[in-house]
Design a protein around this ligand. Structure first.
Ligand SMILES: C[S@@+](CC[C@H](N)C(=O)[O-])C[C@H]1O[C@@H](n2cnc3c(N)ncnc32)[C@H](O)[C@@H]1O
Length: 169
C-alpha cells in the first residue's frame, strides 16, 4: 500500500500556476501543469482526473466562482475514491476571534457579502440529487450574537465498497 499522500492543487488561474512554478524554480508546461503536476490549471467542473482516484478534496473560497455548482460537486464526487471525503467551503476559520472576523467582514466590499443560510440551502438541494447520501453541513459559530458571517462548509463522503464491490452498509 502506498502510505504517502500525493497532493495536487487545482486553480482556474494561469497566474497561480505560474506563481507556484516560480516558487518551485520550475516552469509550467503547455497544459498548465507545474512541478510534477502538483499545481494544475483546470475548471472544477471538468476535473482532469479519472474516477475514484482521490482520497481527500479540500476546496476553500472557490465554489462561488464555478460556472456550474452542481457540475463541480458531481465532478468532485466522481473523482473521490470509495471511502474518500470532500470538504468544500467558504468563509472564516472557526478559531478566528469575533473582533477580527468583524473587522475583516467590514473591510470586504459588497461583492463578498452572501447569505450562508441561502447557500447552505442551495447545497442541500443539490447534494442529495447527485446521489450523495452521506453529507453534513457545518456553519462555524452560527450562533454568534453579532451575526458575523463565518461561512459554511459542506462535507461529503463516498461510500466504501466491500471486496465484492458492493457498497458497505
Ligand atoms: C478567492 S480565491 C480562494 C483561494 C484560496 N483557496 C483561499 O482559500 O484563499 C478563489 C480561487 O478559486 C479558483 N477558481 C475560480 N473559478 C474556478 C473554477 N471554475 N475551477 C477551479 N477553480 C476556480 C481561482 O483560481 C482562485 O484560486
Amino acid at each position: 500500500m502506498n502510505r504517502w499522500l500525493r497532493l495536487a492543487a487545482l486553480t482556474a488561474s494561469a497566474c497561480c500556476v505560474a506563481a507556484w512554478a516560480s516558487t518551485q524554480g520550475t516552469q509550467e508546461d503547455k497544459h498548465g501543469k507545474a512541478d510534477a503536476e502538483r499545481m494544475i490549471q483546470a475548471d472544477a467542473c471538468e476535473l482532469p482526473f479519472r474516477d475514484n482516484l482521490v482520497d481527500v478534496v479540500v476546496s476553500r473560497g472557490s465554489f462561488q466562482f464555478w460556472p456550474d455548482l452542481r457540475k463541480g460537486l458531481s465532478e468532485i464526487y466522481r473523482v473521490l475514491k470509495p471511502g474518500g471525503v470532500a470538504y468544500i467551503g467558504r468563509g472564516l476559520p472557526e478559531s478566528l476571534p469575533p473582533e477580527t472576523a468583524r473587522r475583516m467582514r467590514s473591510e470586504q466590499g459588497k461583492d463578498m457579502k452572501y447569505d450562508p443560510a441561502a447557500t447552505a440551502q442551495q447545497l442541500r438541494e443539490i447534494v442529495p440529487s447527485l446521489g450523495i447520501k452521506d453529507y453534513h453541513m457545518h456553519r462555524p459559530r452560527i450562533d454568534n450574537p453579532e451575526g458575523i458571517n463565518y461561512g459554511l462548509w459542506l462535507q461529503f463522503c463516498k461510500p466504501k465498497l466491500d471486496e465484492g464491490g458492493a457498497v458497505k452498509p
